[in-house]
Design a protein around this ligand. Structure first.
Ligand code: SF4
Length: 267
């Protein structure tokens, strides 16, 4: 894990993007805030600009330069979010913290989450669950909903795919389940990599065992981020992966259901 001191640059946080009117990251109309910094290096990642905590610039041949990310204070983030509070209220939505990994700089996330909680804004998080639980439990306690990933149940395969084993992730998921917070476990589904029945059924059994209202969302792999790698001059591994067919996803959702877990979709 990184040093836990907040605000990598003075009193500012590196925010990769704030996406308003989002409907895929929780209930109702939401603002999704993508915070920079991530401990994983998933080989299929479509947001490589969020890996480190500084803005990134790049360009495609013949195109003008594009910058991903900006440094904002908590007050500046809140000013932008509060303008959309009426949409959250009317739709049952709120704010979703995403990344990168939002817990990568716990001090930053804590400051933001507290500011939203003070204003009564409902909050969700999209997390890898790779963080120090003791250090972050108070933040989890202020959230209304958690989307947490399990990318593979086998620790060795998980490490080959993401650069990090899954021990801490599974341990945190057990603790998350014990809090009783509403949660969905997401699997980014990669054909021939983690979409075998054994892995999906094992994931479903884990979710059923540790969550009171066990729910899973299968997210078929996509390569929407491909251009960013070229833009930022980064090595990519897109050719390694394929999207599972609709039929395969439907089959796996039925498998999940047969294991006692509700398949859900926010797409
Ligand atoms: S956890 Fe998300 S942001 Fe981090 S490397 Fe994986 S896909 Fe990318």
């Amino acid at each position: 894990m990184p040093p836990s001191e907040p605000f990598p640059k003075g009193e500012k946080i590196c925010v990769s993007q704030i996406q308003h009117f989002s409907v895929n990251d929780g209930e109702g109309i939401r603002s999704t805030v993508f915070l920079s910094g991530c401990p994983l290096r998933c080989r299929w990642c479509c947001n490589p600009e969020t890996w480190t905590s500084t803005p990134k610039s790049g360009r495609l041949p013949g195109a003008k330069e594009e910058t991903f990310g900006r440094f904002l204070s908590v007050a500046e983030v809140m000013k932008e979010l509060v303008r959309h509070a009426i949409f959250y209220r009317e739709s049952g939505g709120g704010v979703t913290w995403s990344g990168g990994e939002p817990f990568f700089f716990p001090g930053n996330l804590r400051a933001l989450v507290r500011a939203c909680a003070d204003r009564g804004i409902p909050q969700a998080v999209e997390t890898t669950c790779h963080f120090d639980w003791e250090e972050c439990a108070d933040i989890v306690g202020l959230l209304d909903f958690v989307f947490a990933d399990i990318k593979h149940m086998d620790g060795g395969v998980h490490e080959r795919l993401t650069g990090i084993g899954n021990e801490r992730i599974l341990s945190n998921l057990k603790r998350l389940g014990a809090t009783g917070i509403d949660a969905v476990v997401r699997v980014p589904l990669l054909s021939g990599v983690n979409d075998d029945e054994q892995n999906v059924a094992r994931t479903a059994r884990f979710v059923r065992e540790h969550f009171r209202r066990p729910k899973m969302e299968l997210l078929p792999y996509h390569d929407f981020g491909r251009a960013k790698y070229r833009m930022l001059g980064m090595e990519s591994f897109w050719t390694e992966f394929e999207t599972p067919s609709k039929e395969r996803v439907a089959f796996l959702e039925a498998l999940i259901r047969s294991e006692g877990v509700e398949p859900v979709s926010y797409r």
